[in-house]
Design a protein. Sequence first.
Length: 296
Amino acid sequence: MKREDINIRDPYVLVDDGKYYLYGTRSETCWGEAFGFDCYVSSDLENFDGPIEIFKRPNGFFATENFWAPECYRIGDKYYLVTTFGGKDIKKGIYALEADSPTGPFSLYSKRLTPDNWTCIDGTLHFENEKIYLVFSHSFEDALDGTGNTDGDFCVVELSSDLKEAVSTPKLLFSPKEASWAKPVPFAKAEFGLDGDCYFSDGPFFMKLDDGNLYMIFSSWSINGYAVGVAVSESGTINGPWILQDEPLYPENGGHGMFFKDLQGDILFTLHSPNDKYMERPQFFKVKNKDGILSL
């Protein structure tokens, strides 16, 4: 199938053994009951084999909704899918699945990697100094019960070397409200019953580029809707401090992006756009870096 025929949100690309493996959230079940994840395989990012179902919700599985943002990592000879799960009686949280192949089948592998009483989405891994870190969004909706605030904080925990559990308490990295382009979401009152300014956050992803800087991209709300911004770590490490760039990388109607190196060694950026149900498509762009300012 062609790229423009793939209807997913939150695209993630693993480059492995000369092929591209594309993962994402099924648009059809994004906002209701969910049943699994798929993978699409390509050699040119235009023609894909798939969808290949890599995870099918087992009978009695604890999660029934919010099968969101799967990211696949190869560690040794195993493949790990870091993803969000939720349901009517549990808060959304981050988990890891494991398989012997990038096309699965994957099965639940880890404990819940984020706090039980937090609503957390969109986990991404960062590897630094032989440690594995999980960065995620602590959703503003936790302001409803006092287990969070309305800032949409990005937080980090250290994981065990086997990815089975968190071995530290969450630490704040930054809030998207610190970005000059970020605006409060207009639907916080209607959808969540929250008054005041609520900042949306999702889709964190890290890459150290050839200039030596550690960049983090993330999604939030702009004056023109869903958008992707950039932060740079002053220390070059996960600990920051993080400086948020004034202009978004992708300004409207698209989000939840990530970077990867293609088979030619170029840095590519992918995200889903437009941000409308059944219309979302993975888009690919080359990345320019001029004096530490990223653009497409």
